[in-house]
Write a protein of this length. Structure first.
Length: 378
């Protein structure tokens, strides 16, 4: 039985040749590929400034730091997301405050966000969960009313739109990521977007050990001038060449992933005790990162975990997207407030194999195995 992975990158000969071409040049960092990838992403997203970084996590960290988020500050985040969101807040010395999610969209519930605001709140990080845009109009109204920053975590949502406008253009900063399971990949890597020139300049310095570009010609020693504490969050030339080639076929990739999601929807339609993700949302274009189903509320976490083990025994990989951050050992003792929807949803979510080259036969096998596991009382 051939295993079916949860995800797999889609790398063609064009990507391989693009990376090999960079290796032949000898220029492997901070070169023309980085500049070209940043410009291409700026054009695709429509933001004013883009800064390539080593990961989405690094991008979130720098988006916060460049806006002077630090000790004593609070940043509102979802607990139903990857742990990097809250970790990036803690890297700055600030305190992540968890708000609950909407049970339908699985994105931040604006009413929960508003209830979590205190005099110490400085920012809200809106995650576009699984590639579905958060309720940006409502969240923008809240942050504007309370004079807060809005940072979009679009790491799972490249190509998603709200009312025809790409996500990443709404907040004070936005972050995309290119891990191998994302819609496009650079292996590791990320990109920060902002409409503020000063913020962009600082992020460029912080990603490169606190070095600021000088308007004067570089002196012999300027490479060793560090204006502030910075980091090695650079994105290599090879990664940028890979990203550029992937970005050139982004619409083909997004179309393929939507087709896979719709195919799953047809295969699993009317399956008892199973809640499927929405395929069409008015005013939004979804960007399919993963395909996550939910067990009905009468099912338990143990039911879900037994189904995962049953599928694993048949060579089908699945994932728990996402265990709540506030229940992770790294957050033991962290007060999460009222996040009951998050806990209810997270106990029943199940990510199915989802990648560009998954075949019809593989999807049929996944659907049949899942239905059988549900029917067996798992």
């Amino acid at each position: 039985m051939i295993p079916i992975p949860l995800s797999a990158p889609d790398i063609t000969e064009a990507e391989i040749e693009a990376v090999a071409s960079v290796l032949r040049t000898g220029r492997l960092s901070l070169g023309p590929q980085l500049e070209a990838f940043e410009h291409a992403m700026t054009a695709y997203i429509g933001a004013r400034h883009s800064i390539g970084v080593s990961s989405g996590t690094a991008g979130l960290h720098l988006a916060l730091l460049s806006n002077n988020i630090g000790p004593g500050d609070e940043v509102i985040v979802p607990s139903f997301t990857f742990i990097a969101v809250a970790n990036a807040v803690r890297y700055t010395g600030a305190h992540p405050v968890f708000a609950d999610i909407d049970p339908d969209t699985l994105n931040l519930d604006p009413s929960s966000v508003e209830a979590a605001i205190t005099p110490r709140t400085r920012a809200v990080i809106a995650v576009h969960t699984f590639g579905r845009p958060a309720d940006l109009p409502a969240l923008l109204a809240i942050v504007q009313r309370h004079n807060l920053l809005l940072i979009e975590d679009a790491c799972e949502a490249i190509g998603a739109h709200v009312d025809g406008q790409p996500v990443g253009c709404f907040g004070d900063a936005a972050v995309f990521a290119f891990y191998p399971n994302k819609q496009i990949t650079t292996g590791e890597g990320g990109m920060v977007f902002t409409r503020h020139a000063d913020t962009a300049r600082r992020i460029r310095a912080l990603r490169n050990h606190g070095r600021y570009d000088s308007p004067e010609p570089r002196s012999e020693y300027s490479w060793f001038d560090h204006a502030e504490l910075g980091f090695n969050y650079r994105l290599s030339e090879m990664q940028c060449a890979l990203g550029l080639t992937q970005l050139a076929r982004i619409e083909e990739i997004l179309s393929r992933r939507e087709s896979i999601a719709r195919n799953y929807g047809e295969l699993l339609a009317a399956t008892p005790r199973l809640v499927l993700p929405a395929l069409d949302v008015p005013g939004q274009r979804l960007s399919w990162f993963v395909y996550v189903v939910r067990l009905a509320e009468e099912c338990t976490r143990d039911n879900r975990d037994r189904i995962m083990r049953t599928l694993a025994a048949e060579g089908i990989a699945t994932g728990r997207y996402f265990p709540p951050i506030h229940l992770q050992p790294a957050y033991a003792g962290h007060n999460a407030g009222s996040v009951s929807v998050t806990e209810t949803v997270a106990a029943r979510t199940l990510a199915l194999p989802f990648f560009n080259r998954i075949t019809q036969e593989q999807m049929q096998r996944v659907a049949a195995a899942l239905r059988a596991a549900l029917d067996s009382g798992n």
